[in-house]
Every structure is written in structure tokens, then in C-alpha cells.
Design a protein around this ligand. Structure first.
Ligand SMILES: [Zn+2]
Length: 90
């Protein structure tokens, strides 16, 4: 558990905690981790489905590739939107 400086009170805290133990400020690292989780899940799921379609295991591999592509696109849109939101939030 590395030590980081709280962005609010600038005192040393563990990077594992979700909020500063001194002033109670929620840590941006913990927030960004939860923000990236869902889009990353969509991207991985989309890649897996797309790969299944690309290998031709199923007879309807064109359709599976299409669905995988859509899920992948949703994940990328989610990720970009969240990154923009995190950037504008500071
Ligand atoms: Zn603090």
C-alpha cells in the first residue's frame, strides 16, 4: 500500500483508502477505478464475442461479429464519455 498525498489537506494517506482519513475527502483514484470498470467490462465482452465470431465456431459468425462490434462500440463510447466527464470534473 503506497502512501499518497491527499489533494485537499496534503497529508499522507494510504492509496488503498476510498476517502482521506484526515479530512474525509473522497479520493479521485478510487472514483476513477469504479468509473472505468463498467466500460472496460463492455470492451472485453465485445472483444470476446467478436473473437468468437471471427473464428467461425458458430454458423452465424457474421451476426455474432456484428453483435460483438456493437458491444465493443458501446464500451468505447462509455469509456470516452467517462474520461471526458472525469477530465471536466478536474
Ligand atoms: Zn485530506
Amino acid at each position: 500500500m503506497p502512501l499518497i498525498n491527499c489533494p485537499d489537506c496534503n497529508r499522507q494517506i494510504s492509496s488503498d483508502v476510498k476517502a482521506c482519513i484526515h479530512c474525509g475527502k473522497p479520493l479521485p483514484q478510487a472514483l476513477s477505478n469504479t468509473k472505468v470498470g463498467l466500460p472496460a467490462f463492455f470492451i472485453i465482452l465485445g472483444l470476446i464475442i467478436f473473437a468468437i465470431g471471427a473464428t467461425g465456431i458458430s454458423r452465424d459468425h457474421e451476426g455474432i461479429r456484428f453483435i460483438g462490434g456493437i458491444i465493443l462500440a458501446i464500451g468505447i463510447v462509455f469509456l470516452v464519455a467517462r474520461l471526458i466527464a472525469a477530465k471536466s470534473a478536474g
